[in-house]
Design a protein around this ligand. Structure first.
Ligand code: ASP
Length: 311
């Protein structure tokens, strides 16, 4: 158990969905838990050292992107063309600056590219070939397609290849899950959020989910909270889910837990939105909530450390 440094808090997720406990061997569960724990502890260490919330969420998400277990970075699912197109976003609550990338290929850590977009591009959201060129110019680490190949993801794709079906990583029962994200409050009172994903298996036409869309899958505002979502992106986009949590707090004065409950258990289900989100407020309260069977998640806050998968 890691004791939380005073006044800081961090939470991470690795996707939510139809997680079936009986499909997990103890080894498999331990593997997921180990990466989640490493991600949350490394992010927390940044905060404990007096670092920024934005640095903390980037560090945590990079660890999850580098793991083939999650549908982000290295473990990203296959598109209809057999490629990996990744979406990611970061936002910092102190000045509402944000950066995001959509449908980017061959970038090892899309979350870092999203941060560079925020800091050095003059834009908020860049996509596709242009995003790749920007990554190249920023001298970010690039990888061949082989790096992103994973036999499990390949099998997932074979099941729907050549059909019109797209598949959420979540709805796979026994299978791997996965969009990743992190939210943090630092010792200076600032909030930040980051989300990264490979999207949906067999996606085409340049489909983009909620993760890189500020306000839908990712949002942070020092006045209220930082939020990172996971679930079927189309519903989260229509619900403007992450910003809705902020709005319920800012305009209605609700506490974080109640705002999250309304979005996850009342608003999203009306749109067939399955999944969940992690959030932290400016007092360091964390909420990790979902309307699916499970969500890969971890947190370190004033109550200590928690790593969990099922309800
Ligand atoms: N929200 C992501 C998307 O729709 C998927 C996920 O959370 O796993 O792209």
């Amino acid at each position: 158990m890691t004791a939380a440094a005073k006044g800081v808090a961090i939470a991470v997720h690795g996707g939510a969905g139809t997680l079936d406990p009986s499909a997990f061997t103890p080894e498999r569960e331990a593997a997921y838990r180990a990466v989640l724990q490493q991600a949350v502890r490394r992010g927390h260490a940044v905060l404990a050292d007096g670092g920024d919330a934005l640095d903390a969420v980037e560090v945590s998400v990079r660890i999850l992107e580098d793991s083939p277990l999650f549908n982000a970075g290295r473990g990203s699912v296959f598109t209809a063309e057999g490629k990996h197109e990744m979406d990611a976003a970061v936002m910092q609550g102190r000045d509402l600056r944000a950066g995001a990338v959509a449908s980017v290929q061959n970038v090892r850590n899309p979350v870092t590219l999203a941060r560079r977009v925020m800091e050095g591009s003059g834009h908020v959201l860049v996509s596709g070939r242009g995003a790749f060129e920007f990554a190249h110019r920023q001298r970010l680490e690039l990888e061949d397609d082989d790096y992103f190949f994973d036999s499990f993801r390949y099998e997932q794709w074979q099941e729907v290849r050549g059909t019109d079906a797209v598949r959420l990583d979540h709805s796979e029962g026994e299978k791997k899950f996965g969009t990743v994200g992190a939210v943090a409050l630092d010792g200076h009172g600032h909030l930040a959020a980051a989300t990264s994903t490979g999207g949906m298996t067999n996606k085409r036409w340049g489909r983009i989910g909620d993760s890189p869309v500020i306000g839908a899958g990712t949002y942070a505002n020092d006045a209220s909270c930082a939020v990172s979502c996971t679930g079927n992106g189309e519903a989260f986009l229509r619900a403007v889910a992450a910003h809705d949590v902020h709005a319920l707090m800012a305009y209605k004065g609700l506490p974080l837990e109640e705002a999250v409950r309304i979005v996850v258990h009342e608003k999203l289900p009306l749109l067939d939105g399955e999944g969940g989100l992690i959030a932290v407020d400016r007092h360091g309260n964390t909420v990790l909530d979902f309307n699916s069977a499970g969500m890969y998640r971890a947190r370190i806050d004033a109550r200590g450390e928690e790593v969990a998968i099922f309800r």
